[in-house]
Design a binder for this molecule. Sequence first.
Ligand SMILES: Cc1cc2nc3c(=O)[nH]c(=O)nc-3n(C[C@H](O)[C@H](O)[C@H](O)COP(=O)(O)O)c2cc1C
Length: 189
Amino acid sequence: MKKVLILIGSPRKMGSTAILAAEADRGLKEQDIQTETIFLNDLKIRGCQACYYCKKNDVAECSLQDDMQKIHQLMQESDGLILATPIYFSTVTAQTKAWLDRLFPYIGMDLTSKMPPGKTISFIFSQNQPDARLFESGIGSFMYAVGLSGLMVKDHMIACDLDAGVKPSVTESKDLMDHAYRIGRSLLQ
Ligand SMILES: Cc1cc2nc3c(=O)[nH]c(=O)nc-3n(C[C@H](O)[C@H](O)[C@H](O)COP(=O)(O)O)c2cc1C
């Protein structure tokens, strides 16, 4: 059975990002793909300490003993990932950025990847601003950086005009819900 890890970078369990991630999850489960959803905010993940343990020892392992060890393990076991995050101050949330920095062990000194090959990743971004172009450069840089780890970037969506509890719920936008569903459906195809 194929496995997909869904990481959510929002602190809100019932926010727009989590709702869209659940739609992607539905698209995966309908294909009998096993999924596990984790809110990064529930974990203790320190920032990279730049100790270069992974580089000095040439290993895809981190010297820090915290909850990122569990994420590394789940990533190794997965065929693909969905990363869903709100935009905070023009880029991803701090929880999501900590996860990204801790992918450092997968990147060799010569920028070759130590990630087991064949793992795809798709992204769901949610933001308040109605214009999807506003944060495209930051979003593009983030996805490029994730790609350096060896995860193969498959697809992404930017869900705009969302502010849970203030603006209409994302569930009222058929386009956004359908798009998130398709992000899940297509991940491993
Ligand atoms: C600290 C903070 C910073 C934010 N910065 C931005 C921003 O720069 N641009 C934007 O469009 N929305 C911004 N937002 C709004 C969220 O990205 C948006 O409402 C998103 O859909 C929240 O997702 P959630 O419902 O899963 O929490 C910010 C929200 C917070 C709490």
